[in-house]
Design a protein around this ligand. Structure first.
Ligand code: G3H
Ligand code: 13P
Ligand code: ZN
Ligand code: NA
Length: 281
């Protein structure tokens, strides 16, 4: 059934597990998330990046909403990493009730203004808002320790930011990165513990692809109740496509699609187990 993100996150937090939010681009991705969630009786989130939103327009949103409604487990639909008011308006218009207003590429003052305005807009439509301070990067290569720390979420600034913007969830930057970790990940758990102490709202960890099980469970203990996963699912999809197509002369499109779904489903299944949401639907 179509669930509210707020309810999913709050239930997860009360019961010390986390929700997996998986980026989807097409029908195969949507089916992979729903299949895995239903088989494990787990809640899940279908997450649409603005690039996918623009590619699929309201069709991708409609597909996600329909899939969530038809699912036998609780599934919510979320707009990921939006830096553009138009994308947020389009998603709200298409029926999405959970958005990330991502002002993190801007300097702090502009992030605050953008996030405050987008939160007002979203709340008017009954949508909830995730925001970010600090800056999650693609790779940390070439940065000094001071530079890395400067990009991390400052706990006191996080409190002021949440108060001033009225956001419902906060994505933290504690050493997590999008895409592959070029060297073993190191998360600043002291920083996370401090943020948790000071803030009541659900915390989100982006860049979950590549994080080992122990870091995931430690993050959950310290209050993370949503993990964003993209790269590992996408890699499984691309690998399956290569294996199905290269050197062969496939004639059945549905067979190729099926292999891609199975490959993505297996990554999603693994992640849902790590997040502790199995049997919590
Ligand atoms: O978070 C942003 C997008 O989901 C990009 O993910 O690191 O797999 O390119 P990526
Ligand atoms: P990964 O690509 O590292 O899984 O990060 C996904 C993400 O944070 C999407 O918002
Ligand atoms: Zn992200
Ligand atoms: Na990652």
């Amino acid at each position: 059934m179509l669930a509210s993100t707020q309810e999913l996150l709050e239930t997860a937090r009360r019961n010390a597990y986390a929700i997996g939010a998986f980026n989807v681009y097409n029908l195969e991705g949507v089916k992979a998330v729903i299949n895995a969630a239903e088989k494990l009786r787990s809640p899940a989130m279908l997450q649409i990046h603005p690039s996918a939103l623009r590619y699929g327009r309201s069709m991708l949103v409609a597909m996600c909403l329909e899939a969530a409604k038809a699912a036998t487990v609780s599934v919510s639909v979320h707009l990921d990493h939006s830096t553009d008011q138009q994308d947020i308006q389009d998603a709200l218009q298409a029926g999405v009730r959970s958005i990330m207003a991502d002002g993190s590429p801007f300097e702090y003052g502009k992030n605050l203004d953008f996030t405050r305005q987008m939160t007002q807009l979203a709340h008017q439509s009954g949508a909830i808002v995730e925001a970010e301070i600090g800056r999650i990067s693609g790779t940390e290569d070439g940065l000094t320790i001071a530079e890395k720390e400067a990009k991390m979420t400052d706990p006191l600034q996080a409190v002021a930011f949440v108060r001033a913007t009225g956001v419902d969830a906060l994505a933290v930057t504690i050493g997590n990165v999008h895409g592959e970790y070029k060297r073993p990940p190191r998360l600043d758990f002291d920083r996370l513990a401090k943020i948790r102490q000071l803030l009541e709202i659900p915390l989100v960890l982006h860049g979950a692809s590549g994080l080992p099980a122990a870091m995931i469970s430690r993050s959950i203990q310290l209050g993370v109740c949503k993990f964003n996963v993209n790269t590992e699912v996408r890699q499984a999809y691309l690998q399956a496509l290569k294996e199905e197509v290269c050197g062969k002369s496939p004639s059945d499109l549905l067979e190729i699609a099926g292999a891609a779904i199975t490959a993505m489903e297996s990554v999603i299944t693994e992640k849902l187990a790590l997040f502790g949401s199995v049997g919590k639907a």
